[in-house]
Design a protein around this ligand. Structure first.
Ligand code: ADP
Ligand code: ADP
Length: 227
């Protein structure tokens, strides 16, 4: 059971008078692709970063499954994060980049190789495993960044505008790939974007934020029908 539950989760930045995220109640179901959408500054990243443990929760709580993770450090949360700034280690090959976190976590060599191979197959990266990042296209690099997350087999994926560095055409093809991949892996995913089309095409459900307050949560289809 890897549902994610925010209960009255609030983030008040030090020195600020209004919460960046205010009493967020949101349940993300096991295996669901949930998109957080809204204009710049509405609190999407803060919500995601609280879940990943990168931002303190001022009050309220966050659970993964039935485990309260509100005050756990990031490394104890079993979450993999994909950012827009997906810097890869330039001196390592694609395979080494993908295996690095596993190595740090003490996963054995054979297991690392098997997981990298499996992720590479899913991401169409088999032919590039021995290359360095500088020899890859932007889309391929983004897939390596996804691969680094996948090999960890986390309970939850957190993605913060992972496509925003790609050109428009690549964004469209990559968003289809990410959605298909998530469906195949069935890993509970929270995906942040300011792009409404991205939200509507990728999400099982979409949570709309405004000024730190959750406005509505629904399927894309239901949201289309609402004013
Ligand atoms: P979004 O991801 O929707 O663009 P953010 O979560 O980044 O929104 O920001 C929400 C609000 O919190 C904004 O008003 C932003 O200025 C503020 N904020 C974000 N990070 C910090 C920070 N480190 N310190 C103070 N305020 C912040
Ligand atoms: P070294 O292997 O020389 O000790 P690191 O492995 O820490 O160095 O970093 C090597 C390169 O990878 C540096 O250019 C650094 O900027 C970059 N780097 C460091 N941390 C990260 C990270 N989390 N994600 C992507 N690139 C990183």
């Amino acid at each position: 059971m890897t549902a994610v539950t925010y209960e009255k989760a609030q983030r008040l930045y030090p020195g600020s008078t209004t919460p960046a995220v205010d009493a967020l109640d949101l349940e993300i179901r096991d295996g669901e692709f949930m998109v957080l959408v809204g204009p710049s500054g509405c609190g999407k990243s803060t919500s995601l970063r609280m879940l990943a443990g990168l931002e303190e929760v001022t009050s309220g709580s966050i659970r993964i499954g039935d485990r309260d993770v509100t005050h756990l450090p990031p490394k104890d949360r079993d979450i993999a994060m994909v950012f827009q700034n997906y810097a890869l280690y330039p001196h390592m090959t694609v395979a080494e980049n993908m295996a690095f976190a596993l190595k740090m976590a003490g996963v054995g060599k054979e297991e690392r190789a098997a997981r990298v191979k499996e992720a590479a197959a899913l991401l169409d990266l088999d032919a590039y495993l021995d290359r360095k990042p500088k020899a890859l296209s932007g889309g391929q690099r983004q897939r390596v960044a996804m691969g680094r997350a996948i090999v960890r087999q986390p309970q939850v994926f957190c993605m913060d505008e992972p496509l925003s560095n790609l050109d428009a055409k690549l964004r469209v093809s990559t968003r289809t790939q990410i959605a298909a991949l998530q469906q195949r892996l069935g890993i509970t995913t929270v995906y942040v974007t300011h792009d409404q089309v991205e939200a509507m095409t990728m999400g099982d459900r979409v949570a709309v934020l405004k000024d730190g307050v959750l406005q509505q949560v629904d399927t894309p289809l239901a949201l289309y029908d609402k004013p």
